[in-house]
Design a protein around this ligand. Sequence first.
Ligand SMILES: *Cc1c(COP(=O)(O)O)cnc(C)c1O
Length: 498
Amino acid sequence: MTIRYISTRDTQPVPDILAFDEVLLKGLAPDGGLYAPISIPRLPTAIERSRLSAAEQPSQHHSTRRGPPSTSQQTHQPHRTAFTYPELATQIIAAYTTNIIPDEHLKSMVFDAYSSFRHPNICPLVAIAENHYLLELFHGPTFAFKDVGLQLVARLFDYELNRRNSRVMIIGATSGDTGSAAMRAVAGLPRVEIVMLYPSERISEIQRRQMTTLTASNVHAIAIDGTFDDCQDLVKAMFADEHFRAELQLAAVNSINWARIVAQIVYYVWSYYQLGENQAVTFCVPTGNFGNILAGHYARRMGLNINRLLSASNANDILSRFFANGSLSAREVVATLSPSMDIQISSNLERLLFEIFDFDGNATSALINEFRSTGRASLTPKQHDQLRTGFQGDRLTDQETLEVMAGVHADTGLTIDPHTAVAVGVAQKQQRIHPDELIITLATAHPAKFPDAVASATGKTPNMPAPLAALEHKKERRVSLPKDLAAVQSFVRSVRNS
Ligand SMILES: *Cc1c(COP(=O)(O)O)cnc(C)c1O
């Protein structure tokens, strides 16, 4: 079955229906909406079958699973699985690309994408306490979970652009991790140029160096003298300029890109399967733009045995308030120790709202417009109930986050980054209420990316992996521009023509 997509804000009597390749390259719909699938495939039967047969095998880990790890940094002994990560990924992603991308092409892109990961399990599972596991998503080239989606998306772009004999200019704004992951993923691709805007002086030195030390001639990081919001406004203005957009063939790879979400569904299934249990699992996800946790929602809709999806926030807690009371109400963004989650408007939430509104583009755009213009919007009690059955949220302060980092370090010897710690803390609170609940918490960044927070929590500076340590000695290419649309546009043009 071919999966088709419509915009969450489509208000036409007969909506525009798109296929995977179009959704991939378009990113955002012309009406400002996000593309959402009209139907969801089931998990491929080969996966279901092998999962069942794995669960029937007597498990030597079962008796020890409930104890805390005996040595520090011990990878959970994975259940004997019938598939490797790239094999599983190929099967799951193929369910969304059937009839659009031939399976053998998809397979080679997937295998190539995950060959850049440093861990043999790609996304390994680590026990941190009784009934509590970490799914480490940071073993890709830039040490944050964005690599899982973007390494594949870059290859899909390359494939489609070759097939169409065309090229694109990717532009985006980054508060840190997306920029380096996207630039690294497309570096050297002949049909792609990328320009990423970042707020000068407001990202960490490691994050900046990850972008400015890349040597490929098609990747460009620009420091804007302003905030992340200023960068995002410049990007939006370039997309809104239709002439400019068409002239340069602008494309986006930010977290609303559907292909990123599809790639992220895989590790939910993978981790469930690694655990080798036959009971429902709760996932706890450090949430910013809602892309990561939404992939968990799709995994559940594909048939994965998920109990609850817990959305973990820092002080920017609009989502946990929304799940609790059914109302969205915006507040000022505050800076925290987990900067990739310092977001008030989580764009991917729109895909979930669209589902709750029974795929009604009118209702979805009405709610979004109300929220954009007044800073508030509410669900009906019935809609709120529907939301609450699948999602719950909670928040952690910076102080609590540091305590969790210190606690995990003391108990297990494991160092975790502040984003991961927010989710670990939320999971721990839940397990005090429901001690039998099996929870997998998603670990989204390597602790060495946030050395200051780690040092203040644990008293120890994290070990720098060699690729991060090497950044300090590499030459930086630093370009700065004022917060001025004309200046940025002329830079983008000059890049295209060079
Ligand atoms: C991007 C990011 C997040 C938030 O993920 P979303 O998909 O935007 O919800 C959390 N942690 C880290 C380290 C990130 O880079």
